[in-house]
Design a protein around this ligand. Structure first.
Ligand SMILES: NC(=O)c1ccc[n+]([C@@H]2O[C@H](COP(=O)([O-])OP(=O)(O)OC[C@H]3O[C@@H](n4cnc5c(N)ncnc54)[C@H](OP(=O)(O)O)[C@@H]3O)[C@@H](O)[C@H]2O)c1
Length: 303
């Protein structure tokens, strides 16, 4: 396949590019600077694709780029960047696809389970209505922008990612230092559902959805539903440590403000209905096996 990828330097994009290249697919990277290699394609979030013959005739364009959501407190400036790098940037990227002579066959765009907002124990599949809050609004706008690509591409797929578990980045990598010191603990009540997926399954699922005749929103989460307390317990057990220090909601709100409410303390009991209907087989359907894989000294380093 001839695939192009935005956000290729990120946690998921890096793993996806390595996986595609290892299987002999041609993988072009969308870069937000002047390209330094013929395999790179220039795009600017404020302009869309910059004219490039390398963007013609792609089988798939996989759009993962976006300002990191969990990197810190949501200041007004960070919220602007989070919002602008998703809906508006995607809208411009999609608009620029129309000027291609041969637009991509499939447009695959990241989204997030943040679409559902904070929903307690309600079971959420792809037909569940969106939730409320900043992230839910960002995801709605992002998906609406992505859907416009159906005017020029045969298919559009929106990837509603749960938390992608990798020891090399993202949420798990941030949790590991305190847990390794035996200073971990549940967040708030710990009763909030924590949708998760192992990085290898996230990459395999993106490839599965890119290849198959699937369209629309797809939850990228493991079939095993766990709460934050369950995650805390499993992580401590895998590391052979105790996790005796629950972090009160008040402390999280004081430290991280709105970000704490919408990510660390929010509950989304997400089921991967569309992915399972598409015949995807998980390598890590269970959390403990996923954690054991990531924390094993034998796990090969990813590039
Ligand atoms: N990892 C998760 O657990 C998770 C969960 C839910 C949703 N998602 C979504 O899935 C996508 C990929 O996730 P990830 O974990 O790989 O993200 P990541 O590691 O933060 O990487 C995102 C990439 O986007 C590009 N980027 C950063 N800031 C940007 C900005 N202001 N405007 C445009 N592009 C920007 C960068 O790539 P370049 O420098 O190469 O352009 C960056 O490497 C993201 O959109 C994320 O919101 C991820």
């Amino acid at each position: 396949m001839n695939v192009a990828l935005s956000g290729a330097s990120g946690l998921i994009g890096g793993a996806l590019a390595s996986s595609l290249e290892a299987d002999g697919h041609r993988c072009r990277r969308l870069v937000r600077r002047t390209p330094s290699e013929p395999t790179e394609v220039e795009w600017r979030p404020e302009r869309g694709l910059v004219e490039s013959p390398a963007a013609e005739g792609l089988d798939a364009l996989i759009h993962l780029a976006g300002e990191n959501v969990a990197a810190g407190r949501w200041t007004a400036a960070r919220k602007r960047r989070i919002r602008a790098s998703r809906g508006p940037a995607t809208r411009r990227l999609v608009e620029s696809l129309a000027s291609l002579e041969r637009p991509p066959g499939v447009f695959v765009c990241a989204s997030a389970v943040g679409y559902y907002g904070d929903r307690g124990g309600e079971v959420l599949d792809e037909d569940s209505p969106p939730g409320e809050g900043f992230l839910a609004a960002v995801c709605r706008d992002w998906e609406a922008a992505a859907l416009r690509a159906s005017a020029v591409c045969e298919r559009v797929v929106m990837l509603r990612f749960g938390v992608v578990l990798s020891a090399r980045g993202g949420a798990l990598a941030r949790m590991l230092p305190p847990f390794r010191l035996g200073l971990g603990g549940r967040l708030g009540s710990g009763r909030q559902y924590f949708p998760w997926i192992h990085i290898d399954d996230a990459v395999a699922a993106i490839r599965h959805l890119t290849d198959r005749d699937v369209r629309g929103a797809v939850n990228l989460a493991a079939p095993e539903q766990v709460t934050n307390a369950g995650l805390t317990w499993s992580l401590a057990r895998t590391l052979r440590r105790r996790a005796p220090l629950p972090v009160p909601s008040l402390a999280l709100r004081a430290a991280f403000g709105e970000m704490a409410n919408e990510t660390l303390l929010a509950s989304a009991r997400v089921v991967p209905r569309a992915l399972q209907e598409a015949g995807f087989e998980y390598r890590f359907p269970k959390l403990e096996a996923a954690l054991a894989r990531e924390l094993s000294p034998d796990t090969p380093a990813r590039t």
